[in-house]
Design a protein. Structure first.
Ligand code: NAG
Ligand code: NAG
Ligand code: NAG
Ligand code: NAG
Ligand code: NAG
Ligand code: NAG
Ligand code: NAG
Ligand code: NAG
Ligand code: NAG
Length: 448
C-alpha cells in the first residue's frame, strides 16, 4: 500500500483497469492512455534489470546488454518519471547512476573502461545531463552531482580531439588496444556535439558553443554529414584518412545531431541552427516507412539483421524528436505527426511474450515479430512519452529551474541546492500530484 500511495492518480487508474485491457490500445488524444502505455512498457523494460539483487552489479542490465545501453535505459527512465510522475524506479535510477561513476567521477568505471568507447561514455553523459535538465533528485552533497558528471564526460571527450588524422574528430575507441581504435565514427562525435550544445544552454557558457561548432564543422568537412541530403553516415578508418566512408545510416546519429542543433538554436537563436534543425528533420523521413509512416531502422530492420545495440537506436531518435519539438517549436507539427503514425505500429507490435504486452523490434505491419528485449521496450516507451512534450516544461537550465551544480558552479542555483533533500522530495511529490490533478481535470473522479 505504501508503494501504491506514492503513485500518481493516473497510475492508480491504470492499475485498476489493466486487467480489462486486451492489449495496448493507445489513444494519442488521451493522456491517461499514453501514461498507461508508458507504465506497461517501463515495467517490461525493468524485467531486464537484476543489478539490484545480491551479488549483481548495480546499474548493469542482464546479458547481453552492454554498458552504454544501461546508461541509455536509465535516461529513458528519467523521462518516464518526468512525464508520468511515477517515482517507482527513481531510487534505482539514482543509485545506478552513482554506482557507475568510476573513481574519477567521469563514467570510466574500471570494470568497463578497458572496452569503453567515446560513444559509450557519451550515453552516460547524456543521462546525467538529462537528470540535471529535468531537475531529477540531486545526489547528497558529498556525492558527485549530475551536472559535474556531465561536464567531466565532456572534458574527457574534448581532451581526446585527435588532429593526427582526418583533420580532427574523435576516434571511436579510447584505448589503442581495442579494435576500433583506427575508426572515427559519427556517433562518438555526435556525443561530443550534443553534450556541448546542452552544456552551453544549461550553463550559459559560450565555450561549449565553440566545441559544438567545431564538431559539426568537422563532421561535415570529413563527409560523415552529406549536406546535399543531410544524411549522416557511420564513420571511416584513419588509414584512409577517413575517405573510406561506411555509408550506413542509423536513426540515432540523425536524432542526436538534430536535437543538438535544436538546443543550439534555442540557446543562440541563430537562423543557421534553425536551418540545420529543419534540414535534418526533413532528412529523417527516410526512417519512416513510406507506406505507413511508422519509424524503422532502415539499415538492418528489413533484413532482420539488427544486433542488440541497434534494436535500441529508435529509442534515441524518439527521445531526440521530443527534445527538438520543444526546443525548436517550428518542428513540433511534423514531429508529432511522425510519432502518432509510429504509435499505430507500436500498438500492433507490443502484443507479444507471456504477458501479451511485450514489444518486438519491427513495428511496420507485422504484429509481434517474436523478438523481445531492453531496446524494444525502451524504444516503444520513448515514442509514447514524447507525445506529451508540449504539456511539460522544456529542459531546465541553471537559470530556469535546474538545481544541479557543476564543476564550475553555475549561477543562481547554489541556495536551492542546499535545501534539505527530504523536504524537497515531499515538496516535489505534492507539486507532481497538483500538476497531475490539473492535467487530468475531473477525469479521475470518474475513474475512482
Ligand atoms: C529489483 O528491481 C526490480 C525491478 O524494479 C524489482 O521488481 C525487484 O523487486 C527489485 N529487487 C530488489 C531485491 O530490490
Ligand atoms: C565490478 O565488477 C565486480 C565483479 O563483478 C563487481 O563486484 C563490482 O561491483 C563492479 N563494479 C562496478 C563499479 O561496476
Ligand atoms: C586528410 O583529410 C583532411 C580532410 O578531412 C585533409 O584536410 C588533410 O589534408 C588530409 N591529409 C592527408 C595526409 O591527406
Ligand atoms: C566555460 O566552460 C569551459 C569549458 O568547460 C571552462 O573552461 C570555463 O571555465 C567556463 N567558463 C565559465 C565562465 O564558467
Ligand atoms: C565552423 O565553420 C564556420 C563556417 O565555415 C566558421 O565560421 C566557424 O568559425 C567554424 N567554427 C569553428 C569552431 O571551427
Ligand atoms: C526555446 O524553447 C522554449 C520552450 O519550448 C520556447 O518557448 C522558446 O520559444 C524557444 N526558443 C526559440 C528561439 O525558439
Ligand atoms: C495472453 O494471451 C493468451 C491468449 O489469448 C491468454 O491465454 C493468456 O492468459 C494471456 N496472458 C496474460 C498474462 O494476460
Ligand atoms: C529543482 O529542485 C530543487 C531542489 O530539489 C527545488 O528547490 C526546485 O524548486 C526545483 N525546481 C523546479 C523547477 O522544479
Ligand atoms: C555570477 O553572477 C555574478 C553577478 O551576476 C557575476 O558577477 C559572476 O561572475 C557570476 N559567476 C559565474 C561563475 O558565472
Amino acid at each position: 500500500m505504501r508503494a501504491l500511495r506514492s503513485l500518481p492518480l493516473s497510475i492508480l487508474f491504470v492499475l485498476a483497469n489493466i486487467n480489462h485491457a486486451r492489449a495496448i490500445d493507445i489513444d494519442v488524444d488521451d493522456k491517461d492512455s499514453i501514461i498507461h502505455a508508458a507504465w506497461v512498457f517501463a515495467h517490461g523494460l525493468m524485467t531486464y534489470y537484476n543489478g539490484n539483487q545480491t551479488g549483481n552489479t548495480p546499474g548493469m542490465f542482464v546479458n547481453p546488454y552492454y554498458w552504454w545501453e544501461a546508461g541509455a535505459a536509465w535516461g529513458s527512465l528519467i523521462d518516464y518519471w518526468f512525464y508520468t510522475g511515477d517515482e517507482t524506479y527513481n531510487e534505482q535510477v539514482k543509485s545506478s547512476l552513482l554506482f557507475q561513476v568510476g573513481s574519477d567521477n567521469d563514467y570510466m568505471p574500471s570494470n568497463v573502461s578497458t572496452s569503453e568507447g567515446n560513444d559509450d561514455q557519451a550515453f552516460w553523459g547524456f543521462t546525467v545531463m538529462n537528470a540535471a535538465e529535468r531537475n531529477f533528485t540531486n545526489p547528497d552533497p558529498d556525492q558527485p552531482q549530475w551536472l559535474a558528471l556531465a561536464e567531466a564526460v565532456f572534458n574527457d571527450m574534448a581532451s581526446r580531439w585527435d588532429m593526427s588524422t582526418c583533420n580532427g574528430g574523435l576516434l571511436w575507441q579510447i584505448f589503442q588496444f581495442n579494435g576500433g581504435y583506427d575508426y572515427k565514427n559519427t556517433i562518438s562525435n555526435a556525443g561530443l556535439f550534443m553534450l556541448a550544445a546542452r552544456l552551453a544552454r544549461y550553463t550559459d557558457n559560450s565555450t561549449y558553443v565553440e566545441w559544438a561548432e567545431r564538431t559539426w564543422n568537422w563532421t561535415e568537412g570529413v563527409g560523415f554529414l552529406d549536406t546535399q541530403y543531410y544524411y549522416f553516415y557511420d564513420g571511416a578508418h584513419v588509414e584512409s584518412n577517413c575517405t573510406d566512408i561506411e555509408k550506413y545510416q542509423w536513426t540515432y546519429n540523425a536524432g542526436i545531431f538534430m536535437a543538438g542543433s535544436a538546443y543550439l538554436y534555442n540557446y543562440t537563436e541563430a537562423p543557421l541552427w534553425a536551418q540545420r534543425t529543419q534540414s535534418i528533420l526533413d532528412s529523417i523521413d527516410i526512417f519512416f516507412d513510406s507506406a505507413t509512416g511508422i519509424m524503422y531502422e532502415r539499415a538492418c530492420e528489413n533484413s532482420h539483421t539488427c544486433d542488440t545495440d541497434e534494436k535500441a537506436f529508435k529509442s534515441v531518435l524518439a527521445w531526440c524528436m521530443g527534445l527538438t519539438a520543444v526546443l525548436a517549436p517550428f518542428t513540433y507539427g511534423t514531429i508529432y505527426e511522425h510519432l502518432v503514425k509510429t504509435v499505430s505500429g507500436i500498438e500492433q507490435s507490443c502484443v507479444g511474450g507471456l504477458d501479451n504486452v511485450t514489444c518486438g523490434t519491427t513495428w511496420v505491419n507485422v504484429g509481434w515479430d517474436n523478438t523481445y528485449g531492453l531496446g524494444q521496450q525502451m524504444s516503444a516507451m520513448e515514442v509514447v512519452l514524447n507525445l506529451l512534450v508540449q504539456d511539460f516544461p522544456a529542459p531546465y537550465t541553471a537559470s530556469t529551474g535546474g538545481s544541479s551544480t557543476g564543476i564550475v558552479p553555475s549561477n543562481g542555483s547554489d541556495e536551492e541546492a542546499k535545501v534539505s533533500t527530504t523536504g524537497d522530495r515531499a515538496g516535489a511529490g505534492i507539486l507532481t500530484s497538483i500538476a497531475l490533478l490539473m492535467m487530468l481535470g475531473a477525469s479521475w473522479w470518474i475513474a475512482i
